[in-house]
Design a protein around this ligand. Structure first.
Ligand code: GLN
Length: 242
């Protein structure tokens, strides 16, 4: 078995080392004897081909970088939409998450989005920064991470990634964070999202493997004692009183 991961624009969207998430996806496949191929698509690549890709990763970036990426990706909207509608996996972080919506309205201009999700983002007065803890329905452990965004994302009737236990989330007081849609996981949680949340990483890998191999049922367990201890520590630090 083999999974192909495409990192889109790592030259522009790689805030806080979002790239570590790619390494986590790759390693957790290899540790189970499943091949992983990682390819990148940068600004210098003339060809855009995601036709045989299982997992597309879109990281976070500043408004300026986001604008450049968006103008390029709009030309590939159809390919990205059909990847998602056909069950392909897409992990989008912060700036990448905002780009999946209809638009991102800044104070002085509006960036058109890819319209893959029926959501929109508006820049707020200040930035929402800090540690964040979520509870998602589809995994047992809490999702922990760090958020830093000026945009507030309004997700309409989409299913959120999780309920906010600590932190901000999609907007100042929405109480929810991110979006899950088909095999899309879109979130404001930056940096080492997947190393900090191995269960979420395995959820993404399982979906990708099921989409590629009809006969695939479940991943072999790994020894995640260290990862889970770190995850519990953060959950306790921010959510337990006294
Ligand atoms: N530019 C976006 C915002 O500030 C996303 C930033 C980011 O990816 N951290 O809302």
């Amino acid at each position: 078995m083999k999974i192909k991961i495409m990192h889109l624009y790592p030259d522009l969207l790689n805030l806080y080392g979002d790239r570590g998430n790619i390494e986590c996806l790759r390693r957790r496949l290899l540790w189970r004897g499943i091949d992983a191929e990682v390819v990148t698509h940068t600004c210098d690549d003339p060809e855009f081909d995601i036709s045989d890709t299982d997992i597309v990763f879109l990281g976070g970036g500043s408004d300026r970088e986001q604008k450049i990426v968006c103008s390029r990706l709009l030309g590939h909207k159809k390919e990205l939409q059909s990847h998602v509608e056909n069950g392909g996996s897409l992990v989008a972080v912060c700036g990448g998450y905002q780009l999946l919506g209809k638009y991102y309205k800044l104070h002085d201009e509006t960036i058109e989005g890819l319209d893959i999700l029926d959501i929109y983002t508006e820049q707020g007065k200040d930035r929402l920064i800090g540690n964040i803890v979520l509870k998602a329905d589809f995994i047992n452990s809490e999702i922990v991470g760090f958020e830093n965004h000026g945009g507030r994302t309004y997700i309409g009737s989409h299913t959120p990634l999780g309920r906010v236990v600590y932190g901000y989330g999609n907007s100042d007081d929405a109480g929810v964070e991110g979006v899950v849609y088909k095999n899309v996981v879109a979130t404001y949680l930056h940096g080492p999202l997947l190393p900090k949340n191995p269960e979420l990483c395995d959820h993404i890998l399982t979906n990708a493997l099921k989409n590629r191999y009809e006969e695939f049922t479940e991943l072999a367990p790994l020894d995640d004692e260290l990862e889970n201890t770190a995850n519990r520590y953060i959950v306790n630090r921010f959510t337990k009183k006294g």
